[in-house]
Design a protein around this ligand. Structure first.
Ligand code: PEP
Ligand code: MG
Length: 568
């Protein structure tokens, strides 16, 4: 049995599909049959081309023309005579193997394009690299798994999943994910919950322990995984799955119910989303709004920044679908574990402490202003709230707000309408912001506490590092005291305070958060109905006393034990 971090609830039972990004070991070899080698190369090009045609068609059907065009560009690379003829010539002239010849030639082109001063040309380097890897894998016989076209139901086992893996995969065939890396708040874990697919992450070396075709069962809540289980264990997990499915069905009756405590305190239960595709999950789980729309996914897995119009359409889709429910859209939070291939950023020693989120936006006003224009234009279609991430000082907040005002002035001048009622808030995810939240509260309409980062920055624990995962603890009294401070400071200024980090959906902590007076809870949509059920069973006055007691305790363990005892 292995143990990882339970990342998305549910029980997985099924056959393993191991996705291993095998190292491509390419060596120079002298060949006798030069014609045969040329044919092997041209065949591999042809196979790669027809694979790409299929991917392009599927992308066109499911993701739209823009995404499909990426693959169109890849096909064009394979039709480029300079690349193909030069490889054939090299095979012939030097009597070398196809892999070696093609790698040498494609690396040369990649180098040329990468060194050009033109952003468009630099992107071509990325296209060539992608395509060249595909051809090389075909030549080396390394299996390429197309996640969008799976023949049977599988449990994916891999090092980590990229946003494009999750965007293109066939969700009806993937019964679960198991990954080597990641914690409960890594973006793979967040994706799994959004897709409502059970998952365990941070299994360290699970990809070395299993092979495709193995049978596996796992519990996405506890993080337990059993490889090739005996009959008894399989039955045990089947029962667990039945129970899980039954509980989920029972939660249906909480749809349409108010989110209020026994003594009548109302809170708002909103959902966290990454793309307009997630609207379905919001509706299915009866979200009362969106407390966090992570816009960075709009910027990922593409060749260039999304245009103002593209962004406008995505924001409008969510605002319109959920109108008049409030939608908190967070401005670009790139950096940390989220990278953009087309935005060349210097390698940083500590990316989570580096050039990211609002810091990048204040530096690259062009990117920031485009997003703010799209947001304001979309505000005409629903109840928009704009939120800035990673604010660590008053200066940053005021600068971001100034830029927003500049954009409004531009729109006024151009006679473009936007709503005058857009609330402007900020995330509290950096301890410095929590500490001066009394000052910041005067300048915003709301706070939303981002515990995923607040824990990592307060306790100096990398949220992605499994080795120190035991230190990443939401029960840490330092974290809980900061949360209380922020809620109190917000309320003193008459502002509402929400939470959009994963703690907001954590059943173990919801009672304390209710007691602390949190107004809004935003979580993976799948957690909304269980949270409503729990909140309906609590008394606010009682929770206030319990949270006051808990906040006096000295350690995370003491707090956790105390809460367990109270709710036993
Ligand atoms: C957070 O830090 O709590 C948060 C919600 O933002 P993200 O997980 O996207 O960093
Ligand atoms: Mg964050």
């Amino acid at each position: 049995m292995f143990k990882g971090n339970g990342a998305s609830p549910g029980v997985g039972i099924g056959k393993v599909l191991l996705l291993k990004h095998e190292e491509m070991n390419i060596q120079k070899k002298i060949v006798q049959d030069v014609d045969g080698e040329e044919k092997r190369f041209l065949d591999a090009v042809q196979i790669s081309k027809s694979e790409l045609e299929k991917v392009k068609e599927k992308a066109l059907r499911e993701l739209g023309e823009d995404k499909a065009e990426i693959f169109g560009a890849h096909i064009m690379v394979l039709e480029d005579p300079e690349l193909i003829d030069a490889t054939v010539n090299k095979i012939k002239e030097e009597s070398v193997n196809a892999e070696y010849a093609f790698k040498e030639i494609s690396d040369m082109f990649i180098g040329i394009f990468e060194n050009m001063d033109n952003e468009y040309m630099k992107e071509r380097a990325a296209d060539i690299k992608d395509v060249s890897n595909r051809v090389l894998r075909t030549l080396l016989g390394i299996e390429v798994v197309d996640l969008s076209n799976l023949d049977e139901e599988v449990i994916l086992v891999t090092n980590d999943l990229t946003p494009s893996d999750t965007a293109t995969m066939d969700k009806n065939k993937v019964l679960g994910f198991l990954t080597n890396i990641g914690g409960k708040t890594s973006h793979t874990a967040i994706m799994a919950r959004t897709l409502e697919i059970p998952a365990v992450v941070g299994l360290k070396d699970v990809t070395d322990k299993v092979k495709s075709g193995d049978f596996i069962v796992f519990n996405g809540e506890t993080g337990d995984v059993v490889l090739n289980p005996d009959e008894n264990t399989i039955n045990e997990y089947r029962k667990l799955k039945e129970e899980f499915d039954k509980n989920r069905k029972e939660l249906e009756k909480y749809k349409g119910k108010e989110s209020k405590t026994l003594d009548g305190r109302h809170v708002e239960l909103a959902g966290n989303i990454g793309t307009p595709n997630d609207i379905e999950g919001l509706i299915k789980n009866d979200a009362e709004g969106v407390g966090l729309y992570r816009t960075e996914f709009l910027y990922m897995d593409r060749d260039d920044f999304p245009s103002e119009d593209e962004q406008f359409e995505s924001y409008k889709a969510v605002l319109e679908a959920m109108n008049p429910k409030p939608i908190v859209i967070r401005t670009l939070d790139i950096g940390g574990d989220k990278e953009l291939s087309y935005l060349k950023m210097d390698k940083e020693m500590n990316p989570f402490l580096g050039y990211r989120a609002i810091r990048l936006c204040l530096d690259r006003k062009d990117i920031f202003k485009t997003q703010l224009r799209a947001l304001l234009r979309a505000s005409m279609y629903g109840n928009l709230r704009i939120m800035f991430p990673m604010i660590s000082s008053l200066e940053e907040l005021l600068e971001a707000k100034n830029i927003l005002e500049e954009v409004k002035t531009d729109l006024d001048r151009e006679n473009i309408s936007y709503s005058k009622d857009v609330q402007v808030g900020m995330m509290i995810e950096v301890p410095s912001a929590a500490i001066i939240s009394d000052i910041l509260a005067k300048h915003v309409d709301f706070f939303s506490i981002g515990t995923n980062d607040l824990i990592q920055y307060t306790c100096a624990v990398d949220r992605m590092n499994e080795k120190i995962h035991n230190l990443y603890n939401p029960f840490n009294p330092a974290v809980l005291r900061l949360i209380k401070l922020v809620i109190d400071n917000g309320h003193k200024e008459g502002k509402w305070v929400g939470m959009c980090g994963e703690v907001a959906g954590d059943k173990r902590l919801i009672p304390m958060l209710i007691g602390m007076g949190l107004d809004e809870f935003s979580m993976s949509p799948i957690s909304i109905l269980p949270a409503r059920k729990l909140i309906n069973s609590l008394s606010y006055e009682e929770m206030k006393k319990i949270s006051d007691e808990a906040l006096k305790l000295a350690t995370a363990d003491e707090i956790q034990e105390y809460l367990k005892k109270v709710f036993a």
